[in-house]
Write a protein that binds this ligand. Structure first.
Ligand SMILES: [Ca+2]
Ligand SMILES: [Ca+2]
Length: 104
């Protein structure tokens, strides 16, 4: 399929941008091992599960953007997130649930 030079270049730039964005987003979703140590960081009281307060603290200290693109986390958003991650419904996030959340 014939392709003009400029078009090919545009396409390459586009691809490079996509890779760049991918790399950036990948650095925000760490590998399993990193997630695990990250998990223990969030579990500040060492209980082995992440409570609502711990999740709240972690999100605020990391200033992760909320789904609405705001850095300002309100309780509802954190609850929603905890609820979505809390597969067994005990109100806290255990390590397996956390890892599932990270790979999503
Ligand atoms: Ca805890
Ligand atoms: Ca749970």
């Amino acid at each position: 399929m014939p392709r003009s030079k400029s078009k090919g270049r545009d396409r390459t730039n586009d691809l490079q941008n996509k890779i760049k964005i991918r790399r950036q987003s990948r650095s925000k979703s760490p590998s399993k091992r990193q997630s695990s140590s990250f998990y223990h960081q969030i579990d500040s009281d060492g209980s082995g599960t992440i409570s609502f307060n711990e999740l709240c603290q972690a999100l605020k200290s990391l200033s992760y953007k909320s789904p609405k693109g705001e850095v300002d986390w309100n309780d509802d958003v954190v609850w929603e997130m905890l609820d979505a991650a809390d597969a067994d419904g005990d109100g806290e996030i255990n390590e397996a649930e956390f890892l599932n959340m990270m790979v999503r």
